[in-house]
Design a protein around this ligand. Structure first.
Ligand code: GDP
Ligand code: MG
Length: 441
């Protein structure tokens, strides 16, 4: 789903993460790239403009410049704006206060209405409803057979009525629903290749006859902005309560999903992701945004990290590092702090410059971290402060006490010494690491 867009945004984010500090120029450059990526995904140009404007106005502010992780703050702003663009909290299908609930599916021919009727029945049946599918596409001869076939897969009964007048079929289905013990009716209506007056007129009469609980426009997600236009027209002429986007499993570029809410003001409620009856997903803006941005759970991690790592502590450590007073205790503190936030491979995703693709192949050895903790805990306070004093017999004692080997202890000491030297070189500016924040001096 939206692979192309996700990949392009991923490139922008990777660069953003690499900055220790962000200037307004950097932010603007990133925004330009995001803008192009969205336009290439066929997102409505007005939607893109408004989106970029609001992200930019937030991203050049203090929240970013004063942050310990400015790149992440920008990413978070993009994410939050995207969630609100997609509909914020998200909306569900509404059910009638007094059953039956009547859901009327409308849309152009081939957009996926009939398939969707079965998918919805399948899902809502699982949620405890007793659905009835109603064959309101009376024009195409094969339409009713198709509905019967997909209904079998649910399984759910189908109402055919007299099979000639669509409005008539809908009305008598609703009338008979209660006696048949059905509390949910899904009307599968006919479509056209293009919007025409005859179709709109039929749908409007059906609406008047049955007073549907919800009119859902089904739109083909592969068609990008055309889908948006269709949604807008159906809304203007018929009035719709929500949109269901289908075929997002293919190489849909994202244009429809990202524009429909903003252009029509109508929420997307579900997305179809395949031809099978189970291939339906609830549309949850938050989840969709993370997926589009390729972020996984990073955004919530940023929030956690900002809460756990406090700025003062970071400054205190930095001073220690510079004076080479950084001890094994501090090292252990840092390690614990990181592990409190999340498993280490997730934390690594947040480290500036770490490539998500590389991460996939990197295995984080949590067992080694446990050993590290055990070894440091077996040291005396003096040893942790000045590991220089660790001679052979002390090391043997520590290995025994921590249940590790002398080799493990040697490794920890060696690694710590190297890390301390490295950190000192970085903080004093002797060593420049691309992608690492520059320390204030
Ligand atoms: N890949 C994919 N195909 C779909 C999806 N929804 C529907 N289709 C296919 O699109 C075609 C048209 O669907 P149909 O339900 O007959 O559309 P209708 O004319 O609006 O009733 C069929 O071949 C379906 O199998 C979907 O979410 N993903
Ligand atoms: Mg159909």
């Amino acid at each position: 789903m939206f692979d192309d867009l996700t990949e392009k945004l991923g490139d922008v984010f990777r660069r953003l993460r690499g900055y220790g500090r962000l200037s307004e120029k950097d932010v603007r450059a990133a925004m330009r790239e995001i803008r192009i990526a969205l336009l290439e995904a066929d997102v409505n140009y007005r939607v893109v403009k408004d989106f970029i404007d609001s992200v930019q106005s937030e991203a050049v502010g203090e929240r970013v410049t004063k942050s310990v992780s400015p790149g992440y703050q920008v990413i978070k702003i993009v994410h939050d704006e995207l969630v609100s663009l997609l509909g914020g909290e998200g909306e569900r299908i509404g059910f009638a206060a007094s059953p039956p609930t009547v859901i009327m599916l409308v849309g152009l021919q081939g957009c996926g209405k009939t398939t969707l009727a079965a998918k919805l029945a399948h899902r809502l049946k699982k949620a405890g409803k007793r659905p009835l599918l109603v064959a309101c596409d009376t024009r195409r001869p094969a339409a009713r057979e198709q509905l019967a076939i997909v209904a079998d897969q649910v399984p759910a009964p189908v109402f055919f009525g007299d099979g000639t007048d669509a409005v008539e079929v809908a009305a008598s289905a609703v009338k008979g629903a209660r006696e048949q013990g059905r509390d949910l009716l899904i009307l599968d209506t006919g479509g056209r290749l293009h919007i025409d007056d005859e179709l709109m007129d039929e749908l409007a009469r059906m609406k008047d006859a049955v007073h549907p609980t919800e009119i859902c426009l089904v739109a083909d997600g592969m068609t990008g902005q055309d889908a948006v236009q269709v949604a807008k027209e159906f809304d203007d002429r018929l009035g719709i309560d929500g949109v269901i986007l289908t075929k997002l499993d293919g190489d849909a570029r994202g244009g429809a999903a990202l524009s429909i809410r903003a252009v029509t003001g109508r929420p997307i409620k579900f997305v179809g992701v395949g031809e099978k009856v189970g291939d339906l997903e609830e549309f949850i803006p938050e989840r969709m945004a993370s997926r589009i941005l390729g972020l996984g759970d990073v955004v919530s991690l940023v929030e956690k990290a900002e809460a756990v790592i406090d700025q003062k502590e970071a400054e205190r450590l930095e001073a220690k590092l510079r004076k080479e007073e950084f001890t094994l205790d501090d090292f252990l503190d840092q390690l614990r702090q990181m592990r409190r936030i999340a498993p280490l491979d997730q934390v690594l995703q947040m480290v500036p410059g770490v490539d998500r693709k590389m991460l996939k192949s990197a295995v984080v050895d949590e067992a080694a971290l446990d050993r590290f903790e055990a070894i440091v805990c077996s040291m005396t306070r003096e040893e942790r402060r000045r590991p220089e004093i660790l001679d052979g017999s002390r090391r043997k004692r520590i290995a025994k006490g921590s249940g590790t080997t002398l080799h493990d202890v040697n490794n920890v000491v060696k690694q710590f010494m190297m890390a301390r030297k490295l950190m000192k070189d970085v903080t004093t500016g002797k060593l420049k690491v691309p992608g690492l924040p520059e320390f204030r001096r």
